[in-house]
Design a protein around this ligand. Sequence first.
Ligand code: 5AD
Ligand code: SF4
Length: 446
Amino acid sequence: MKNKYLYIETFGCQMNVHDSEQMAALLANIGYKTTDNPNWADLILLNTCSIREKAAQKVYSELGRLGKFKEQNPDLIIGVGGCLAQHLGTKFHKRVRHLDFVFGTHNIHRLPEMIGSVQKKREKITNVDFYKSLNSIGIYAPPVNGSISAFVTIMQGCNNFCAYCVVPYLRGPEMSRPPEDIIKEIKKLADNGIKEVTLLGQNVNSYGKALENGLNFTALIKKIGKIAGLERIRFTTSHPRDLSEELINCFAEEEKLCEHIHLPVQSGSNRVLTLMNRGYTIEEYMKKIDHLRKVCPQISITSDIIVGFPGETQKDYQETIDMMEKIRFDSTFSFKYSERKGTAAQKLAGKIDECEKQQRLKFLQTLQDKHTLEKNTELEDSCQEILVEGKSKNSANDLTGRTRSWKIVNFKAEQELAGKSIAVTITKAYLHSLRGKLMEEVGNVN
Ligand code: 5AD
Ligand code: SF4
């Protein structure tokens, strides 16, 4: 089989990053090697995001640039997948003339068939249907290639309909994968040297709800915890309303579950949380944080926050700031509200001026940076277990890895330690990383 080249670009969240890995794995089966040079490509795929307007704009401008390669190579095939593709469907062909095919979030498994059709008939294709269940469909475990960490999709879609969010429309209703399939996939990953898995889903806490005789999320974690060779389990993303006491306790009980939770709060104002249709009060949220910190004092807590949601007053915004001061997150992703077509928030009155949103965001991010640095500084002189990922990007002499609490640590080492769990002492804290020193007297933790 002659080698063909695939150039793939990914926008958006970890779900998309993982979907792209799956696309590459699937296409490798039909002879496509990935390249990072679009000049060489026989096939260009863009895995798109549509969560905020800015993400969609980036996709259009990149498609404009990549379209030029088609002038030099008329056989080049260009396809778009992901959320923006799901949203626009056939309209994508009208907006971008040089596209060959558009595929939705549930159609990754049809890639080879779509490419075959384009090659044969040279007609434009669109596939954006949703499938009915996740039973052994659409999941292709990517090859391991010496990595030590892998994502594993455990569910797809979302039933929450937060007022600002397009995900339920673009990823479909919540569906869980059968636990046997997940366990089988992780066992295979562990047999191939994977030490850490991140369980992925839009709302992992409600895993299993719609499965007949299925496990719930905590039971799934405990089952995964028994897989030999696997050292660390992470998950993302959790909805605060569905975070059960049982799962909170799991942070103390399950040794392999890492001490980090991403728990998007979105706002500190009950009025705004109601408008957002989040299904919890800020008091309930804080209670869960207290509980998490009680059962697992070293847990790191990260979050998502939106500023400038329609109708957010100065008082509401101040309540978000006060909440941040009380909780002191390890880090946050924060966003200006971005209006999305078809969502409930689009119809709300009281849209906030862009300039005002920008100011609110900037102040909030400055405060968060202060908290992040303070949190990181608290770790100075402590001993941390690091799972070594490999060479640091910034310095040839350094290795890099993450703490169980998800913080990046760079440190000097003579030996090849990738894939090993080692102990380091934190010598210096920065905003985005920590500096560590190998604890020779302790050596390998595992
Ligand atoms: N505008 C701004 N931020 C949004 N998010 C989701 N939709 C929007 C929107 N329309 C943010 C939320 C979510 C994160 C993934 O993206 O904070 O948790
Ligand atoms: Fe969007 Fe809310 Fe679902 Fe998260 S829980 S994907 S914010 S609708």
